[in-house]
Design a protein around this ligand. Structure first.
Ligand code: AMP
Ligand code: GLY
Length: 416
């Protein structure tokens, strides 16, 4: 089976690595991919938002399945466009992607389908938002821009002043453009976070092992929010919570998209808070997580391509997941200046010293002369699996110690 993967990050590198283990795979193609995939896949010079060229490429190269990594092409309707022309796609419809692209849509969907989440209200203009905030007595409170804001559209506000400031930034100064035309005001939840991803064929779901991201830049959860500084899988979670997530979150999600006729073949990724009152959904994403995927893929023993294909043809029911009993840790090496203004073009040294058995997925690199240079905020995802968490951490951080580039930042507490 010839497969086209869309995307260019560490998530896509991990997916490409896993897909290549499948005996079903013919040729792997990737748009735009990254230099690190040069020897693993064909890389045509096509932009990931040029759907017409992608369609023509699928015909020319007999692509039997398109796997979409990032949310932007999904929110722009790539799945609807290709599916209408007869191409099989793993990645939900534009309507399905709205569950990530609009917090209002997601929260109202959760409400309609009795999916446990923080209580909320939707605020449509700045003066109404200010009124609602002045009525609010409970702090902290969470203010969220409705649309996609690269993970920066969420503010935990300690007092009224901060909440009003968030409203001014999102709705008046429009620091995230149209994404801030509406905001969601949300109850602040406490607990431990976890990331749960499941494959969905529109009718049934298959839950992947639960992982945990580390969103803040610095150890101990200090510093600004980032796209994710590392992940561990499996995350520690009570069996009763797992059962609750299956029943009250994932099953209700799948029942909901079916009932509301939202075509959804792809990944549902719920960001969860494990609160004292049980797990609650903080957000939905309609795609694989990054860096969660880098920590999950090495633990999957099943043929991923067979499962993604089963989703695309509506045959996921009855499929099971074979997972290794190991623990996997993925440490992100980020550029100096990340997340505000990452420095690019720094030479990366020591990659060849990384011991065999440790995986280095490239999140943002390019090739210059004969070596790799940094080309993004998150640069590398250094990933190791072992029988225990302690060994996995040891292996991953051993490899990290061999790699260097000017300004390199990473957390030393991934998995702790
Ligand atoms: P989101 O993009 O909605 O997942 O929010 C990003 C991060 O903000 C989450 O990973 C949480 O750490 C935090 N967050 C979002 N919503 C809430 C909430 N209702 N209560 C507490 N923390 C939250
Ligand atoms: N790691 C969080 C995300 O992929 O959105």
């Amino acid at each position: 089976m010839n497969v086209l993967l869309i995307g260019s990050g560490g998530r896509e590198h991990a997916l490409a690595w896993k897909l290549r283990q499948s005996p079903l795979l013919g040729k792997l193609h990737v748009i735009p991919g990254s230099a690190a995939l040069e020897n693993l896949a064909e890389r045509p010079a096509i932009a990931q938002d040029d759907f017409k060229k992608i369609l023509a490429y699928c015909a020319d190269y007999k692509i039997e399945l398109v796997v979409v990594g990032p949310e932007a092409p999904l929110a722009a309707g790539i799945s609807d466009f290709l599916t209408a022309k007869g191409v099989k796609v793993f990645g939900p419809s534009q309507k399905g992607a709205m569950l990530e692209a609009s917090k209002q849509f997601a929260k109202e969907f959760m409400d309609r389908n009795s999916i446990p989440t923080a209580s909320f209200s939707v605020l449509y203009d700045a003066s109404f938002a200010r009124e609602k905030i002045k009525e609010n007595k409970k702090y902290p409170v969470v203010v969220k821009a409705d649309g996609l804001a690269a993970g920066k559209g969420v503010r935990i506000c300690a007092d009224e002043g901060e909440a009003l400031e968030a409203v001014a930034d999102f709705m008046e100064r429009r620091i995230f453009g149209a994404a801030g035309s509406k905001v969601v005001l949300e109850e602040f939840l406490t607990g431990t976070e976890a990331s749960v991803m499941a494959l969905v064929d529109g009718e049934t779901f298959l839950m992947l092992p639960v992982s945990r991201d580390h969103k803040r830049l610095r150890d101990g959860g200090a510093g600004p929010n980032t796209g994710g500084m590392g992940a561990v899988c499996p995350a520690e979670i009570a069996a009763s919570d797992l059962e609750f997530i299956r029943r009250e979150i994932l099953q209700r999600f799948v029942d909901g998209v079916k009932r509301e006729r939202i075509p959804f073949c792809g990944v549902i990724f719920a960001g969860l808070m494990l609160t004292p009152d049980g797990p609650k959904a903080l957000e939905f994403n309609c795609r694989f997580g990054d860096p969660e995927t880098q920590s999950v893929m090495p633990l999957i023993k099943s043929d991923l391509l067979a499962l993604l294909r089963a989703c695309a043809v509506g045959e996921l029911a009855g499929k099971e997941l074979d997972i290794s009993g190991q623990t996997c840790v993925s440490v992100i090496l980020a550029a100096g200046g990340y997340p505000e203004s990452p420095e690019k073009g720094r030479e990366i040294t020591g990659l060849y010293k990384v011991p065999a058995g440790t995986l280095v997925f490239h999140s943002g690199t390019e090739i210059k002369d004969d070596g790799y240079i940094t080309a993004g905020g998150r640069v590398l995802s250094v990933t190791a699996a072992a029988d225990t968490l302690a060994e996995a951490r040891q292996k991953a951080y051993d490899a990290v110690s061999k790699i260097n580039f000017e300004g390199m930042q990473y957390r030393k507490d991934i998995g702790l």
